[in-house]
Design a protein around this ligand. Sequence first.
Ligand code: 6PG
Length: 468
Amino acid sequence: MTQYKIGIVGLGVMGQNLALNMVSKGFSTAGFDLDTGKNQAAAAKFAGKEAATADSLAGLVASLEPPRRILVMVPAGSPVDSVIHDLKPHLQKDDIVIDGGNSFFQDTDRRGKDLESAGVRFIGMGVSGGEEGALHGPALMPGGQEEAYRHVEPILDAIAAKVNGEPCCGYIGKGGAGHYVKMVHNGIEYAIMQLICEAYDLMKTGLGMTAGEMQKVFVQWNQTDMNSYLLEITTAVLGKTDPETGKPIVELILDRAGQKGTGKWTSQNALDLGVAIPTINAALEGRILSAVKNERVAASKILKGPGRDFHGDREALLENLRDALKLATFTAYAQGFSLMREASKEYGYGLHFDEIAKIWRGGCIIRARILDKMRGAFARQADLVNLMTAQEFAPMVNDLNGRLRSIAAVALGLGVPALGICASLGYIDSYRSERMPQNLLQAQRDYFGAHTYERVDKPGKFHTEWMD
Ligand code: 6PG
């Protein structure tokens, strides 16, 4: 009986494409899906290759080389628990289960402990890059038992995207660290997408530009050091015409965003850890506000604002907008890394931020040229508190914050919503403030609740009888 190198449970497009990627790198793969339709579709794609589908979970496990390596590619949440539950009776000591879905990191911790108590090793792995990435090279963020990771490392390195020959894969940390880092990746993804949408809105609403004109602008921007995957797909989206109407498809798409939860988890966790990630939060709120379309339509008939046409220097505005987008996007990464820094301490993950920046340089949705420099900054200074203050980036923050400020001012003046742009600017301005006005807030708390305050001139806790 053929002994396959790796098995995949869940043969949706992601599972199928990862299997095809593995086979193309010389790793024979067996797959199984509870859905016979998906099993058959995968079997047709696997024909003639070193890949096969099994007709049961038991059959899949039996066809694998020990210790078995089984990648689970099913939707996050209860389907993962149910696959693990069904797999468990067929597994032996030292077998390795890898969850490649967008699982919540605390679920991964729980599942890891449960499987480890049965002698089975578990890896929670963030996979980014969508369907194309799965086939041609995703970014991979595996966490869990390190020695288990070493058993799958050759396969993961082989299938991952490469940048200058280096795989976009590396061991992230113990327990749910891999899924944690993927969650933050998605939070940053939300923020960058929101910021690009706000730039688009300023061009479309403020400057009355067509999709074709905006596409040209984004193409130019993407040829600079701002180069990124999300800018690249934005140019492609803006260039796509609807075959039925001949109009740009983007103008026909309803402005109501969906979401599957990873961005929300990032914000929830940042609140739990007490880390400020205002641009990511703003992106989430942007999606939430977009979703109440009916309310907005009704409110638009009642609530008034300024005229939204821009009458100043258009070329100057576009230049400022490019730099504002560059800086605001950078702050989203800075926020994400500062959140991971706190999480690494809180959860004992031992994250290596240069390694994470290295992985994110290719294959994933937030891949961008600037990540190489971030990798360098963290390699030089592993304990860097915030990317904004690094010698590699502080000059850029100082040079461009005036432009971000002027774009925020234009958006505020026109009444074009700019939740993300304003949040990024507020983040920079707060973070660079030696003194914030929360002295007054402390006095207010002490006034109504005797919560006490500290003083600038002597140590200790103090209370004032404010009403005397
Ligand atoms: C990726 C993406 C991927 C998925 C998002 C979409 O890295 O490949 O992040 O994981 O497309 O989860 O998330 P929303 O549906 O919440 O936008």
